[in-house]
Structures are given as C-alpha cells and as structure tokens.
Design a protein around this ligand. Structure first.
Ligand SMILES: [Zn+2]
Ligand SMILES: [Zn+2]
Length: 391
C-alpha cells in the first residue's frame, strides 16, 4: 500500500500525539490544551499559525511559490461528555469526558500531514490546515465560517476525513452528494389544565394530548413525506407531572429530526407545529412548537469527491475505495464549510467496530493503524490538488 514513507516513518510519533490527545479530552469550545498542542506542533513544523478563530480554533498555513491555488484540510478537536470505560494506558484522565468520536485521530492525522507538507513542500500554492472546535453539537464549524474562515484563508476547495468503524483499516469511502443529514432539535410545550387525578373532567389532561402528539408525529414520515425521501422524527424525552394523583398543567416533549433535502426540512418543521397546535386544540388545550435548525445536510460536491476518490485510490488501491456506502442520518458541522466552499468529506476505515468500538460508545478508541493512511491521504490530496491548479 503506497503510504507516504516519510509519514510511515513517523508512525510512533503520530500514535504518541493521538494517545496524548485521547488522554486529555476537552469539550466544545474548551479545547485549550489541544489547541496549544496543535499550535506548538504546527510552529515546530514550520507552518504559519493563526489562533483565536471561533475561540479555540487553529489554522496552520504552508505556502510555496506564488501560485494562487489554495486547499483547506479540516480536522475537529473536541471530545464528548461520556465517561470512558476503557482501561488502557491512554484512557481519559478527565472525568466524564472522552474522545469517543475519533477527533483525537483526526487532529493527529492532520498534524502528520502538516509535518510532511511543511518539510517537503512538493506543491505550488497554499495549504490551510483547519483545526476546528466544537463539532459535537456546538457548531464550531459554523462559527469559524461566520468569523471569516474563508475570507481570511481563501480556499478553492476544502476536505475532511472522518473515521468510520465498520470499514476495514486501509479502506476509504467516497460518496458524491448527500453524505450526512441535516440535524435539528425541537420542543413542544403543551398548556392544558391541571386537576385532581380522580376528576379528569374538571381539567384538560396534557398526557392524553401528548400521547396523541407523539403518535401523530410519526405520520410526518409515514404519510406526509414522499416515500422515496428519507427523514427521521424521533422523540427524545417527554417531561411532565410530579405525583401519582395529580393531572399537571402542562407537558414538555422534545426530540430531533433528520433530513437531506431543504424541502423535507421545511415540511418537518411546518408539520411539527401543525400537529402540536392541532391536537392540543382538539382537546381544548394549546401548544407551542419551537424548531431549531442545527446542522444542515453534509452534501459533497461531485467534482471534488471524484478528485478525492482518485487520490484515495493512489494511497489505498482502487479496490479499497468504497463508492457505494449509503448516506447516514447522523449530522456534521463540516456541512457549514461545504455550504461556503466546494469540497468533500470522506470516511476512513477504522476497523470492524466490534466490542463497543463504535462512534460515541464509552469503549471506543481510534485505530492507530489508520493514522499513517489518513495522514498520507490528506497530504497527497494537497499535493495533487495544487499540482492540478498550478498546471
Ligand atoms: Zn461524533
Ligand atoms: Zn465526529
């Protein structure tokens, strides 16, 4: 497998960096130690270092010559609020925090690519290495874009690599078009009328209304949506009531919805409100629905995906580049970068995903064998992209 030999030689160093980050996880927008480590390494490698974008964001820049081409490579740095259940030496030292999504690996791989690119500079143009905070729900990618990421660091294309358990190490998956869903959150607050549990006729019972709303919400995907479209509406909690013998005044229902097409997102938002208000009115109560658009769908651009797939084939062999992996209903804030700049996110094989080694599981661990592959892919992507631009 033609992994870049300079990167393969530094495999132990990359592994040490990855495990150090794993042992010191930090949550969204609080990636202080991680950002310090990233900035120090980038400076050591000879990159220009910019700090402070979206708070803890770091951008490293490597230039060669005066060619105008520029590529962005993005990694995320944040961990999750999970108590790690692993007992290996590099387990989390921060109680209740854990790198359970492999962002420790993403950061280490991009540092590996940075080290190689800064040392060899076999390209004409500019490479921006984007280390973003707060991917896990905080929208650090959105904040970076809003704070002028692509105005300060103009890129012709931007790429990201996310590890994926269930795909063997040594394989990369590339898919043009929708890759990950839009991820939104919503709340429904029912205002009914409390009464004695033994005298329901004197009040308006919010539980009966809530139960009907929960069931009716499922008709959005089963009856309102074109059967050929994909979406999910999931109730995450129902909160209300305090006593066995009291009918409360209200009920709070919350959940998430996932979709790909903007029209489907609009439909879900509209129907959640109509169902909540309509079912409540049917029973002489009222309800308010609040819908918050969190991450848009991650949609890979076709030409950039094809280009990245060719580079993946160069690193992994064409038979190890998966082209037909279905999209996932998970969400990613790299979507904000893809809405501002052409590019693609690819999946990097992390191994079988057995014994709880799946994303967001308390026993997850990034597979260090994937580090030189991911770092080689990112580095070669920059070299090939800028070679193409310089022609
Ligand atoms: Zn995650
Ligand atoms: Zn992730």
């Amino acid at each position: 497998m033609p992994i870049i030999s300079e990167i393969l030689r530094r495999r132990d160093e990359l592994t040490a960096i990855r495990r150090d980050i794993h042992a010191h996880p930090e949550l969204a927008f609080a990636e202080e130690r991680t950002a310090d480590l990233v900035a120090a390494k980038l400076a050591e490698f000879g990159c220009e270092v910019h700090r402070g974008l979206a708070g803890t964001g770091v951008v490293g820049t490597i230039r060669r010559g005066n060619a105008p081409g520029a590529i962005g490579l993005r990694a995320d740095m944040d961990a999750l609020p999970i108590r790690e259940l692993n007992d290996f030496a590099h387990r989390s030292t921060a109680e209740g925090k854990m790198h359970a999504c492999g962002h420790d690996g993403h950061t280490a791989m991009l540092l590996g690519a940075a080290q190689y690119l800064a040392a060899t500079r076999q390209f004409e143009g500019t490479v921006h290495l984007i280390f973003q905070p707060a991917e896990e729900g905080g929208g650090g990618g959105r904040v970076m874009v809003e704070h002028g990421l692509f105005a300060k660091f103009p890129c012709d294309a931007v790429f990201a690599l996310h590890n994926k358990p269930g795909i063997p190490v040594g394989e990369i998956a590339a898919r043009a078009g929708p890759l990950l869903a839009a991820s939104d959150r919503w709340d429904i607050r029912i205002k009914a009328r409390g009464s004695h549990a033994a005298a329901p006729h004197l009040g308006v019972d919010p539980f009966v209304i809530g139960a009907q709303i929960v069931l009716a919400l499922q008709t959005i995907t089963s009856r309102n949506l074109d059967p050929l479209d994909s979406a999910v509406v999931t109730v995450g909690f129902v909160n209300g009531g305090t006593a066995y013998n009291v009918i409360p005044d209200g009920l709070h229902i919350g959940g998430t919805s996932r979709s790909f097409r903007p029209q489907v997102r609009d439909l879900i938002e509209r129907r959640i409100g109509e169902i909540a208000r309509g079912v409540a009115a049917l029973h002489g109560a009222s309800a308010e629905a609040e819908y918050r658009r969190n991450y848009p769908a991650t949609v890979n651009h076709a030409a950039e995906t094809e280009f990245a797939a060719e580079v993946a084939a160069e690193i992994c062999g064409v038979e190890h580049v998966l082209r037909d992996l279905p999209p996932s209903m998970g969400g990613e804030d790299f979507s904000f970068m893809l809405n501002a700049c052409p590019g693609a996110m690819l999946w990097l094989g992390n191994g079988p995903g057995e014994d709880g080694c799946v994303l967001h599981n308390a026993r997850y661990d990034f597979n260090d064998n994937a580090l030189p592959i991911g770092a080689s892919f990112l580095a070669r992507l920059a070299e090939r992209f800028l070679e193409k631009r310089a022609l």
